[in-house]
Write a protein that binds this ligand. Structure first.
Ligand SMILES: Nc1ncnc2c1ncn2[C@@H]1O[C@H](COP(=O)(O)OP(=O)(O)OP(=O)(O)O)[C@@H](O)[C@H]1O
Length: 380
């Protein structure tokens, strides 16, 4: 890392299996794993803009990683720039930054994950979309095109509202509707397939971390079916997937149905940006019903399930598992069960302020961090 967060320059060697980063609060443990997360997702789990990732006073940050697996040995690099587009390289050859996730995958567990269960639908949509892109980087283009069309369509709806609805505005709206439906249907279909893959993994992972079978399930709730999720009210039920050939016509019908309200409100009311992932435990919605401990187990189960899905079909092989500050949040038995659940992943990175919170078998390679400096590496 160069000029990444509080690191002026630092280099660290990671071993196969577990690597534990320890240090007092605010020393740079999370910053370090965040830099690797950036290579995998081109984003941070803590901030939505890149500016905070660049060291104060510097113009750009660089993250460079040597990625080694049975089949290949790559040098991946990303330069995050304050005032020009980011740049990326593989083996010193330029690539588009958005292609990086093709080469490296990682699943990050963090205290913020609790909001996957208890928070707003937008967090669950982001969770699904990051996993979609990790499995199929081409979809990042589809997702960003959809966002662009959505913004433009909303602008048009607002201006139609302001100026009184005229015929020419409506025919332009029809063109945007078509783009919205084509891109949005692809996203809805891909999310449904993903949820189908996650489903068996989530129930197994929940049992593995909680030690109980609480019948953890998940299902998409599609706004094109008429179930629009309010951002603050928990949903009461999930739904069967929409057959893939029916998504496009259902989307068009839904747009026709809500057109008047859309023109009144100046926003797009149906589409994948309004969908939710419904989570339930023992037949009850997890959001609003599950206890704190159950919600944590569910959040961990979602992340473990993502890792299991990536491991079976990603060209990048096992995702690197990153457990950022999670052990402090868990009771002893869940700590042990989480350690067991990640034990057979090729590489696991753990951060902790209190070393004793982490099960001993994960402390084989311990790295101490203080004030943005990698102090020493202790092999125990
Ligand atoms: N862009 C930046 N430039 C300089 N310093 C930064 C930047 N971003 C964050 N920092 C500093 O990094 C430190 C936080 O590091 P980090 O979040 O990695 O802590 P941590 O070791 O994981 O701590 P904790 O155990 O509390 O989670 C803070 O002191 C913060 O001021």
């Amino acid at each position: 890392m160069t000029d990444f967060r509080n690191y002026a320059s630092a280099e660290v060697t990671l071993e196969r299996g577990p690597n534990l980063f320890v240090g007092r609060n605010g020393q740079g443990k999370t910053n370090l794993v965040e830099s690797l997360g950036y290579l995998a997702t081109l984003g941070s789990h803590r901030v939505s803009s890149d500016a905070a990732l660049i060291r104060q006073g510097a113009d750009s940050a660089i993250v460079r990683a040597r990625l080694e697996s049975a089949e290949r040995d790559l040098l991946a690099e990303v330069q995050i720039n304050r005032s020009s587009p980011n740049r990326a390289q593989i083996n010193r050859g330029a690539i588009k930054p958005r292609e990086l996730p093709r080469y490296f995958s990682s699943i990050l567990f963090a205290p913020e994950d609790l909001s996957l269960v208890r928070g707003e639908p937008s967090g669950r949509r982001r969770f699904l979309d990051e996993l979609l892109v990790a499995r199929n980087p081409r979809l990042s283009g589809v997702l960003s095109d959809y966002d662009r069309v959505l913004r433009q369509r909303n602008t048009l709806l607002k201006s139609a509202r302001a100026s009184g609805v005229k015929g020419d505005k409506l025919s332009t709206l029809d063109i945007w509707d078509d783009r919205l439906v084509v891109l949005g249907s692809e996203i809805i279909a891909a999310r449904q397939v993903l949820v189908g893959l996650l489903l068996p993994e989530v129930s197994a992972a929940y049992q593995a971390v909680a030690g109980d079978d609480h019948a953890a399930t998940l299902a998409m709730v599609a706004s094109i079916r008429g179930t629009v999720s309010g951002d603050d009210e928990p949903l009461e039920t999930g739904q069967e997937p929409v057959p893939s050939t029916e998504i496009d016509p259902l989307f068009r019908e839904a747009l026709a149905r809500v057109r008047r309200s859309e023109l009144d409100r100046g926003i797009t009311l149906v589409g994948p940006h309004r969908d939710d992932l419904f989570l339930s435990l023992n037949g009850l919605p997890a959001r609003g019903y599950a206890s704190h401990g159950e919600s944590w187990s569910f959040a961990l189960a979602l992340k473990l399930a993502s890792a299991a899905v990536l491991r079976t079909d990603s060209v990048t092989g096992d995702p690197v598992i990153v457990l950022d500050d999670v052990f402090a949040e868990l009771d002893r038995s869940r700590r042990e069960r989480l350690a067991d659940a990640v034990a057979d992943y090729e590489q696991v990175l753990i951060t902790a302020a209190v070393e004793e919170d982490v099960p001993e078998r994960l402390a084989a390679h311990t790295i101490r961090i203080s004030q943005g400096t990698i102090l020493d590496e202790v092999a125990t």
